[in-house]
Design a protein. Structure first.
Lengths: 256, 319
């Protein structure tokens, strides 16, 4: 009980602090739109890219939703670095606050942020003629995929934040890992157009699990079995990475 | 009963032996000062006692709980005000306090009452609902202390509570700590590298140097351990005979370390009150006119120098 209360209040803190950074809120809303409008226009004439969707924007929308969630999760550890720099974490560590609660509050913040951004993207998508073929369930799956994707990578990001503890190291690591993971997925192009070796690797890429689930729900409106498995895999990944981040507190505490 | 027991704590960071066998005990309700220059091991000692980090060896018991075996029990019993402010800048003073209380399992009306009480205590009532990013250094520090007190801890750790404060805010903080110390059953462990701070606030002091405790006692005991006082005689009309006057003083029983500075002659004596009449009559006999006499008890500065063989100010500046 105590654990859930602590996690709850820590999440309240996260969301409240987020809302108090107006620039961040503006960024949170505009950045995904820029991706969607830019990529959607850039590749709109390339018919084979649609891979069964009625327009490239429709094909792209679930991809951008997931890319955005994944990047958001990947960068979310910067908040942990700020908390470390301001010694808020040290203060929490000298209280009975559960380390997992501290991590989960950050992970949940990343997930909620991703869901808000996904909703904005979907609504703009509708205006551009995108249809969610999976209906209400389709909406739920797209939002779940974005939440879990953000959460899974937020766990990694917070673990790294506790290990690296410096913004410059975080930026370098996130960039190094982020772009390859993005291009080793079906965010921009469908499986059919991928070289064989990328297709093989993409199966093990959590980013791709999210994209496949979201695209099944939005573009194809079906294939719920594999879609469910993708979501479960992401849930398992979130559990693993959150445990990893919690474990990283040990390393941090050894260093102080 | 002892509120804090540290027993042979040792900890090594890569190439620094931060703690080299730290042992001391703090009685319940006592204000205990760990005094030493930066890098002496004070903060590492506090971080070990507050469960923030673990010692390589040794044992520590805080509020009756072993810090290694039952860290969560220790955490429930202590308030920790770290050297660096732990205020959440994006939250208001009140929100900072409420969250800390909730982490400790407090809720509802009792929590709200406690928060109001503390805001009053540290004089932040008017700023309570402003985002703390805009607080001054002194305000953040006072909020830190209030945060450490929300759950009514038995033991409060204050790690360098006045470092970085201007002199006015520092004195205000001293008054604050004295008020807290007057509260029943709150044990306070204070670290400081200000000698005057330890002298004013702590009932007992341990001097820490290079990861060890070199001496421990009440400030009075430590100063008395140096035996004696510094007597300063201001001569009236000297006519270039200051050195002669100094020689007269050197002839007085038990006077040592006699020195001259301008019209002043200084001497160290075992007992100021007993020595002054002898010094005065000797000077009078030599035909010297005395304008004023003062005695000064040894300071913790002298104590530090005596026990570590190093000058406090130099050591602190060099680190």
């Amino acid at each position: 009980m105590q654990f859930f209360r602590q996690t709850g209040w820590m999440i309240v803190r996260q969301m409240r602090n987020l809302m108090r950074e107006p620039i961040w809120v503006v960024m949170m809303i505009t950045q995904p739109l820029i991706w969607l409008l830019l990529y959607g226009q850039l590749f709109s004439k390339v018919t084979p890219l649609r891979a069964g969707a009625s327009t490239y924007v429709e094909f792209l929308t679930p991809g951008i939703v997931c890319m955005n969630a994944f990047f958001g999760g990947m960068w979310s550890g910067m908040a942990m670095i700020t908390d470390l720099d301001r010694h808020v974490i040290d203060r929490f560590l000298a209280t009975p606050a559960s380390r997992l609660a501290i991590v989960l509050s950050q992970v949940v913040r990343a997930a909620i942020t991703a869901v808000i951004q996904a909703l904005i993207l979907l609504i703009v998508g509708l205006a551009l003629g995108v249809r969610v073929h999976g209906g209400a369930l389709g909406w739920v799956v797209v939002l779940l995929a974005s939440a879990l994707l953000a959460a899974a990578f937020a766990g990694i990001s917070h673990g790294l934040a506790l290990l690296l503890r410096r913004p410059a190291s975080m930026i370098a690591t996130s960039n190094m890992a982020g772009l390859p993971l993005m291009f080793l997925s079906t965010i921009l192009v469908g499986t059919a157009l991928m070289p064989g070796w990328i297709r093989d690797i993409s199966r093990f890429n959590p980013v791709n699990w999210g994209v496949q689930a979201a695209r099944n729900a939005l573009v194809f409106g079906g294939d719920w079995g594999p879609t469910g498995i993708y979501l479960l895999l992401l849930l398992a990944a979130t559990a693993v990475t959150s445990m990893f981040a919690t474990w990283c507190f040990r390393s941090y505490q050894q260093s102080i | 009963m002892d509120a804090i027991v540290a027993d042979d704590l040792r900890k090594r960071y890569k190439d620094v032996q931060a703690l080299d066998g730290v042992s001391f005990a703090v009685r319940e309700g006592e204000v205990f000062g760990l005094l030493g220059p930066n890098g002496a091991g004070k903060s590492t000692t506090v971080r070990t006692l507050t469960t923030l980090t673990q010692p390589d060896s040794g044992r520590a018991v805080v509020a009756g709980h072993d810090v290694i075996r039952h860290p969560n029990r220790v955490r429930r019993s202590i308030g920790y005000v770290a050297q660096d402010s732990g205020v959440d800048w994006e939250a208001t003073g009140r929100e900072n306090l409420l969250l800390q209380g909730r982490i400790h399992g407090m809720a509802g009306a009792p929590l709200n009452r406690r928060v109001d009480e503390l805001l009053e205590l540290v004089d932040l009532r008017e700023a309570a609902d402003r985002v703390s990013r805009g607080y001054s250094g002194g305000m953040k520090r006072r909020l830190d202390i209030a945060i450490g007190l929300v759950h009514r801890p038995k033991v409060l750790f204050l790690d360098e509570p006045t470092t970085g404060l201007d002199p006015e805010a520092r004195v205000a903080m001293w008054v604050e700590v004295e008020r807290l110390a007057a509260q029943e059953s709150l044990t306070i462990l204070l670290t400081t590298h200000y000698l005057e701070e330890a002298d004013r606030l702590a009932e007992r002091v341990a001097i820490v140097s290079r990861g060890r405790i070199v001496v421990e006692g009440t400030p009075e005991e430590l100063k008395a351990g140096l035996r004696g006082a510094l007597v300063t005689v201001e001569l009236g009309d000297v006519n270039g005979r200051v050195e002669d006057a100094a020689n007269v003083v050197r002839g007085v029983d038990h006077a040592s370390e006699v020195g001259v500075e301008g019209r002043f002659v200084r001497a160290r004596v075992p007992n100021g009150a007993q020595a002054i009449p002898h010094i005065l009559s000797a000077l009078d006999g030599g035909g010297f006119e005395v304008a004023a006499v003062t005695t000064q008890r040894p300071s913790l500065d002298d104590v530090y120098l005596h026990y570590t063989g190093r000058d406090f100010a130099t050591e602190d500046a060099g680190s």
